[in-house]
Design a binder for this molecule. Structure first.
Ligand code: 5AD
Ligand code: FES
Length: 342
C-alpha cells in the first residue's frame, strides 16, 4: 500500500531527477507483477448517442455531432477483426444510449462469446442493474466506468444528474463487482477546479474499490462543451497524468492500466510509451470503422482518427518493439493474487 502522505509528496514533486525515482518504482512494480507483456484491447465505439449532458464531453446530448449506432453485425465483424489481429479482448464502448437496447447488447455479447475466444468488456455508462446482470449472464466479463473524480461537488458539476436520480458511479462499481464483473474505473486529470488533494483521493479510491482496471487520461477541453470556458489548474496535465499512472500502479499492483488515447493525443510522439514506462501495461487500439470514428468526438483532434485498425496495429507493435516490450497473448485478466503486494 502507498500512504496518503507519499501520494501527495509525489503529486507535488517537480524535480525531474527525483520524479525518475517514482517512474522507476512504478515500472519495477509493473514488471514484477504484470511482466513485460503489453495487452492489446480492441476498442469498438458502438454508438455515440447519449442522453447525458456531461459538461466535458463532446458527444453529450444536444452536441452538434452526427449520430451513429453500429448494428450487431457490424460490431461482430469488428470482433472478428480483433481475433484476426490476435487481441484477447474487445471493449464495447458507447455514450449512454437507451437506443442500444438490452436485448441487442445481449445478442451481440452472445454472438461474440459463441464464435470467438475474446474476453468481452462493456463500457456503456450507467445502465439498469437488471441489464447489467443480464449482460453478465450472457457472457460479458468486464465493465469500465470511470468515476471521473472522487470530489463529489466537482463530479456533480461536470456530470449533472438525469432527472431526479443522482448519479453514484462509486456505488455502481461496487454492484458491478458483486455481479462478478472485473471492474474498471478511472479519472480525468486537469479538470477545472480539480486540486492535488482531489487526485490523492482518487488514488486512494482506486485502492478502496480494489479496481481491476484503471484508466487515467488528461482532460482535453472540447470547444462545443460548457466546461471548455472554465479555467484549468496551472499544472501540466500530461505530466500529472504520468504521476497518476505511476501512483495507480503502486496503489493497485495487479490492475490493468492503459496508456490512454487521451495521452497519445496530447503527446503523439511518445505519450503511450511514457505511460508504459511509468506503470501502464495495456494499449487500446481503435477498431471502430473509420467512417464512424470521427463522430465519436469526446474531445477534439483525437489520435488515430483516420488510421485503420490494421495501420494502428502495425504502428503499435512497432512502438512496443522499439521499447523492448512484447505483445501479450490471451485475455490478460487482472492479477487478483497481487492485491496485497507491499
Ligand atoms: N477529455 C478527456 N477525456 C474525456 N473523456 C470524456 N470526455 C473527455 C474529454 N473532453 C473520458 C472520460 C470518459 C472516457 C470514456 O473518456 O473519462 O469516462
Ligand atoms: Fe494508430 Fe499509431 S497507433 S497510427
Amino acid at each position: 500500500m502507498i500512504e496518503r502522505a507519499e501520494i501527495l509528496h509525489w503529486l507535488h514533486e517537480d524535480d525531474p531527477e527525483r520524479l525518475a525515482g517514482l517512474w522507476r518504482r512504478a515500472d519495477d512494480m509493473r514488471r514484477r507483477v504484470m511482466g513485460d507483456e503489453v495487452q492489446l484491447r480492441g476498442l469498438i465505439e458502438v454508438s455515440n448517442h447519449c442522453v447525458r449532458r456531461c459538461a466535458y464531453c463532446g458527444i453529450r446530448a444536444g452536441s452538434p455531432v452526427t449520430r451513429y449506432r453500429m448494428s450487431p453485425l457490424e460490431i461482430f465483424e469488428c470482433a472478428l477483426q480483433a481475433t484476426a489481429l490476435g487481441y484477447g479482448t474487445v471493449v464495447l464502448q458507447a455514450g449512454e444510449d437507451p437506443g442500444l437496447d438490452a436485448e441487442t447488447v445481449s445478442e451481440t455479447i452472445r454472438a461474440i462469446r459463441k464464435r470467438t475466444p475474446l474476453a468481452i468488456t462493456l463500457s456503456l455508462g450507467e445502465r439498469d442493474d437488471k441489464e447489467l446482470a443480464a449482460w453478465r449472464q450472457d457472457g460479458a466479463d468486464r465493465y469500465l466506468l470511470r468515476f471521473e473524480t472522487s470530489n463529489r461537488a466537482l463530479y456533480d458539476r461536470i456530470h449533472p444528474a438525469r432527472g431526479l436520480e443522482t448519479s453514484d458511479r462509486i456505488a455502481l462499481l461496487g454492484r458491478l463487482r458483486a455481479l462478478g464483473y472485473e471492474t474498471g474505473g478511472g479519472v480525468m486529470v486537469g479538470l477545472p477546479g480539480q486540486t492535488l488533494d482531489d487526485l490523492a483521493d482518487d488514488v486512494e479510491m482506486f485502492a478502496r474499490l480494489d479496481l481491476d482496471m484503471i484508466g487515467v487520461g488528461p482532460y482535453l477541453p472540447h470547444p462545443a462543451t460548457p466546461l471548455a470556458a472554465e479555467a484549468r489548474p496551472d499544472w501540466d496535465s500530461e505530466l500529472m497524468t504520468y504521476r497518476m499512472v505511476a501512483l495507480a500502479r503502486l496503489a493497485c499492483p495487479g490492475a490493468n492500466i492503459p496508456g490512454t488515447t487521451a495521452l497519445a493525443t496530447v503527446n503523439r510522439t511518445d505519450g503511450r510509451e511514457l505511460a508504459l514506462a511509468r506503470g501502464a501495461n495495456v494499449l487500446m487500439p481503435n477498431l471502430t470503422p473509420t467512417r464512424y470514428r470521427e463522430h465519436y468526438e469526446i474531445y477534439p483532434d483525437k489520435a488515430c482518427l483516420r488510421e485503420t485498425a490494421t495501420v494502428c496495429d502495425g504502428c503499435l507493435r512497432g512502438r512496443l518493439q522499439a521499447i523492448g516490450r512484447t505483445v501479450g497473448e490471451g485475455r490478460g485478466d487482472a492479477r487478483r493474487e497481487a492485491r496485497n503486494e507491499p
